[in-house]
Design a protein around this ligand. Structure first.
Ligand SMILES: *[C@@H]1O[C@H](CO)[C@@H](O)[C@H](O)[C@H]1NC(C)=O
Length: 374
C-alpha cells in the first residue's frame, strides 16, 4: 500500500505539524501520543512495533546533576531520527530545556514548552546524535530524572523506551522553591468500593453518621441510574451550551478519550473538538428533586491535555463545586459524593473546555442512592 512506503520522518512531521498552535488540519492522531508516550504511532504504523533489540542506548555526562546544570547527552549508533525528553518520572511531563540542536535535529513543542523535546528535522541517516540539556532551576523535581527517547532506525524499525537515569542532588539546603506548574485541583471525593448492582437500602443514621437530614431524604425510585445504554440518560438532561453525547468504543479523537465504556457498551462524553470553544460547558443535570441524605456515584475518564487552562470536570450542588482531577491516561476512576441537604437540590455534572481541543471528558455509570455512601 502506498502509505506504507511513506518514510517514518514524513509521518512524524505530519503528526508534529498538527501540534502547532492553531493548526487543525490533523486534529486526530499522534500529537498527544508523541509528546506523552513518545510512541511514533500513526495509521501508517499499524503493524510496526517497538523493537527492543535494536540496541540503542543513551549516554550522559555528568549523570549526577543539580538544578540549572548542563548535561551532555549522546545517542551512539546510526539512526534516522528520535524523539527525546527528560522527565522527573518515567511518565511525567518533559522538564528542562534542550539547547539548540545540531544540524539534522530540531525542537518539538510539548507540554507548553518549545524546548522540552528534541526530534529529527530530516530523513538522512545520522552517525549518532549529541545534545545539551539544561536542568530546570530551583530544586530537584525528583531524585531521579529519566532521559527517555524513542529512536528510529528506519520507517518500520524503531526502539521505544530507551531510558537513562540522572541523579538530581540539591546544591544547598537553601534553594528557592521549584518552578513547577501547580498540581491539578484535588478532589475531596474519596474513592469508592467496586459498584454493587443493587440499590442500596436507606440506612437511618446511627451514632457518628455524617448525615443530619436523613429524615428528609427524598430520592426518586429511578435513582437517576444510567450507564448510557439507552437514549433516555436515566432522567439526566443536557442543559449546557454543548451536549454530553452517547458513545461506544474510542472517542472520535484518536487516543484522547477512554478506550471504551466503564460499564456496558456506552458512556457519555463531552467532545472538546471544534465547534466547542474554550470555556464552553456541557452540563448534565437532574431535576431539583433530591433532598436529605443521599449518595451520588459515578465514573469518570479525564484523558486530556494539560495545556493551561486544561479541561475541567466538576460536580455542582447549589453553590458547591467539586473538581475531578485530570489524568494522563484513559483509565476510569470511580467517585462517590455524600450529600446531606435540607433543601431540594439538583446535581449538575459539568464538563468545561480548556484552551486545547485535545482530550475528551467522559462519564459513565451514574446513580443516586438514598442514605450514606457505601
Ligand atoms: C549551560 O550552557 C549555557 C550555554 O552554553 C551557558 O550559558 C550556561 O552558563 C551553562 N550553565 C551552566 C550551569 O554551566
Amino acid at each position: 500500500m502506498r502509505m506504507e512506503s511513506m518514510p517514518i520522518w514524513a509521518c512524524l512531521i505530519v503528526a508534529f505539524a498538527a501540534f502547532l498552535p492553531g493548526s487543525y488540519a490533523f486534529p486526530f492522531g499522534a500529537p498527544t501520543q508523541v509528546c506523552g508516550s513518545l510512541t511514533p504511532l500513526g495509521h501508517t504504523f499499524r503493524g510496526h512495533t517497538s523493537d527492543p533489540n535494536l540496541g540503542y542506548t543513551l549516554q550522559a555526562n555528568p549523570t549526577t546533576i543539580s538544578p540549572g546544570d548542563n548535561v551532555s547527552i549522546q545517542v551512539p549508533g546510526t539512526l534516522r531520527g528520535l524523539v527525546m525528553q527528560v522527565r522527573p518520572s518515567l511518565d511525567g511531563n518533559a522538564i528542562g530545556n534542550w539547547q539548540t540542536p545540531n544540524a539534522g535535529f530540531k525542537f518539538l513543542e510539548c507540554f507548553d514548552n518549545g524546548q522540552s523535546t528534541v526530534t529529527h528535522s530530516n530523513s538522512n541517516d545520522k552517525d549518532g546524535a549529541s545534545f545539551t540539556w539544561t536542568a530546570p532551576g530551583g530544586s530537584c523535581q525528583s531524585a531521579t530524572y529519566f532521559v527517555r527517547a524513542t529512536v528510529l532506525q528506519s520507517f518500520a524499525s524503531f526502539q521505544e523506551d530507551v531510558v537513562l537515569q540522572l541523579r538530581c542532588v540539591e546544591p544547598s539546603p537553601q534553594t528557592p522553591p521549584p518552578q513547577t506548574l501547580p498540581p491539578p485541583p484535588q478532589t475531596i471525593l474519596p474513592p469508592i468500593l467496586p459498584p454493587t448492582p443493587e440499590v442500596l437500602p436507606f440506612v437511618p443514621p446511627g451514632g457518628g453518621n455524617l448525615c443530619r437530614f436523613s429524615s428528609l431524604t427524598s430520592v426518586p425510585a429511578s435513582g437517576y441510574r444510567t450507564s448510557f445504554e439507552t437514549e433516555d440518560f436515566g432522567g439526566w438532561i443536557n442543559t449546557g451550551v454543548r451536549q454530553w453525547q452517547r458513545n461506544r468504543g474510542q472517542t472520535q479523537s484518536y487516543s484522547t478519550g477512554p478506550n471504551g465504556a466503564f460499564d456496558g457498551d456506552f458512556y457519555a462524553y463531552f467532545d472538546a473538538s471544534s465547534p466547542a470553544q474554550p470555556g464552553d460547558r456541557a452540563v448534565l443535570e437532574t431535576s431539583p428533586n433530591l433532598r436529605g441524605c443521599f449518595c451520588f456515584q459515578f465514573s469518570a475518564s479525564m484523558f486530556v491535555s494539560r495545556r493551561n487552562p486544561p479541561h475541567r470536570l466538576f460536580v455542582e450542588l447549589g453553590n458547591e463545586v467539586l473538581n475531578i482531577p485530570i489524568r494522563d491516561d484513559a483509565n476510569w476512576v470511580q467517585r462517590s459524593l455524600q450529600i446531606d441537604s435540607d433543601e431540594f437540590t439538583a446535581i449538575r455534572i459539568v464538563g468545561e473546555r480548556g484552551v486545547d481541543w485535545m482530550g475528551d471528558v467522559a462519564i459513565d455509570q451514574l446513580r443516586v442512592t438514598p442514605g450514606s455512601c457505601p
